[in-house]
Design a protein around this ligand. Structure first.
Ligand code: ADP
Length: 488
């Protein structure tokens, strides 16, 4: 009989489920549903948690159907991180829409956190106080939604990231659990003790009774029934950590970069390192009692620059075309693009910086601009690598995924500008693959040492030997960045 794991990827724009055939070692069925976001005020982003749940249940049920007579061993979950849902622990009904990671409603509060407190938060959680993380979002609901306070008084209020909420719903309240990787994005989780941190809970006015139990990534969290099938929920990882795992970046030195709307770079480290240069520290995974940490750096905008070329400038018809157009010229003719549409993250941290096209001459053509936008993504990734190296990390290889990793020009330029090989896998759904493999590990079907054998390279982009040329280009990019910054 065939044996399957289902991977549920509860992302920001879509909820997808993948049926992983353990013998064939690949996904044999994929299904997805779009998820709506609402923007009730400038900078606010919310989602309907009920919609997230019923679409998740729908796509999982579809995979169960596709499994036919085969055995579904279990469900692994990966999810958009930081987004929180506050709900009634008796009925499962949300008291307020899910506040999405992108939501900036608490940014004034986070900016008001004194420097000494911010330093303590960083030491404990590896994070910089920011509206992005869950803590200030939970605090906001407690302060602004009377129904939440009412339930809190009755001891019925629960607050969880999307994984914890889905586990509660799938198990009908029998399990309310999250994993270390998701907990490490809340700004309430102590990276050393691997527990909710009492001081931080008090600081943000959040009681531990509201929060899920925190378990290792390979835990069995509960049992769910769907139709006539019943199986365990086993294996949970936040989306970026799941991609890292699916890319088999298990050892220090193996970095992965996801080139999507934004860009996320994660690199496992030997031990817990709290960076001081704007990168974050996070839990990469915790398997068989062994917790591995990672450094994380991100760019808010990467592929979104390509969308801008298409939608606002009309310079390209579709994203894929950017590859051919960029490769049709031998360089940008001195044009540089800094993708700071909404400010710059690590290592600059200037929320007021704005995007910049520099070096334009009368001879600048659309090909140069398209190429400069792609090159800007690669330079940004080099900034992040430089931060990681500054902290003592070594980098051997960069494994890529995400929509824009399909672009051969971009991947080759990335290898050249970093001086590192870029390795693209055959299965680009690294996030779902990570969850499927973690599920198989949690249920004893495979071991962690088997993970690399499930990843096949599709193409390796070797770096150019002309290091000086690319170092020179990068230096010019840095001077363009200096002009994009508004911070003193
Ligand atoms: P997300 O998960 O953030 O929605 P995806 O991983 O689906 O993103 O990637 C979509 C992004 O990748 C878009 O911003 C799009 O412009 C960009 N993209 C997709 N294909 C290409 C390509 N061939 N070349 C360059 N950019 C691309």
């Amino acid at each position: 009989m065939k044996r399957y794991c289902i991977a549920l990827d509860a992302g920001t724009t879509s909820i997808r489920a993948f049926l992983f055939d353990l013998e064939a070692r690949r996904f044999v069925h994929r299904v997805g549903q779009e998820v709506a976001s609402s923007y009730p005020h400038p900078g606010w982003v919310e989602q309907d948690a009920g919609e997230i749940y019923y679409k998740a249940a729908y796509v999982v049920a579809d995979c169960v159907r596709a499994a036919g007579d085969g055995e579904v061993l279990g469900l692994g979950i990966t999810n958009q991180r930081e987004t929180v849902v506050l709900f009634d622990g008796e009925t499962g009904d949300p008291v307020y829409p899910a506040i999405v990671w992108q939501c900036r409603r608490t940014s004034d509060y986070c900016a008001s956190i004194p420097k000494e407190d911010a330093a303590k938060i960083r030491e404990k959680t590896g994070l910089l106080p920011d509206a992005y993380f869950s803590a200030s979002k939970i605090k906001w609901v407690l302060e602004n939604v009377p129904a939440a306070r009412e339930l809190l008084r009755k001891g019925r209020l629960r607050a969880g990231t999307i994984d914890a909420y889905l586990v509660w719903k799938f198990t009908e309240g029998r399990s309310f659990s999250t994993d270390y990787t998701n907990a490490s994005r809340t700004m309430l989780f102590n990276l050393c003790t691997l527990r909710w941190d009492e001081d931080l809970l008090a600081y943000f006015g959040i009681s531990e009774a509201m929060l899920p139990a925190v378990l290792p990534s390979d835990a069995v969290l509960g049992r769910m029934e769907i139709g006539r099938s019943a199986f365990p929920i086993a294996g949970v990882l936040g989306d970026q950590q799941s991609a890292l795992f699916g890319q088999a970046c298990l050892a220090p030195g193996d970095a992965k970069v996801t080139y999507g709307t934004g860009l996320f770079m994660l690199l496992p480290t030997e031990s817990l390192v709290i960076p001081q240069n704007g990168l974050l520290a996070t839990v990469a995974r915790s398997v068989k009692g062994n917790t591995v940490y990672a450094l994380e750096g991100s760019m808010f905008h990467a592929g979104s620059g390509v969308q801008w070329l298409r939608d606002e400038l009309g310079l390209i018809e579709n994203a894929a075309e950017s590859e051919r157009i960029a490769a049709s010229v031998s360089d940008t003719g001195g044009v540089f693009f800094v993708p700071a549409f909404t400010g710059l993250g690590a290592p600059y941290w200037d929320p007021d910086a704005r995007a910049l096209l520099s070096g334009i001459t009368r001879g600048t053509r659309r090909e140069h601009i398209v190429r400069a936008v792609l090159e800007g993504i690669a330079y940004g990734a080099r900034d992040l690598c430089a931060c990681m190296r500054e902290g003592g990390a070594s980098l051997r290889v960069l494994k890529c995924d995400g929509g824009a990793s399909a672009n051969n020009f971009l991947m080759q330029f990335q290898a050249d500008v970093l001086g590192l090989p870029v390795d693209r896998p055959a299965e680009r759904e690294s996030t779902a693959l990570g969850a499927a493999l973690m599920c198989a590990i949690a249920l004893g079907a495979i071991g962690e040492e088997d993970v690399p054998s499930f990843r096949t390279a599709e193409r390796l982009f070797a770096p150019s030997l002309a290091r000086e040329k690319y170092d020179g280009l990068y230096a010019k990019y840095r001077s363009a960045v200096a002009r994009a910054l508004l911070k003193e």
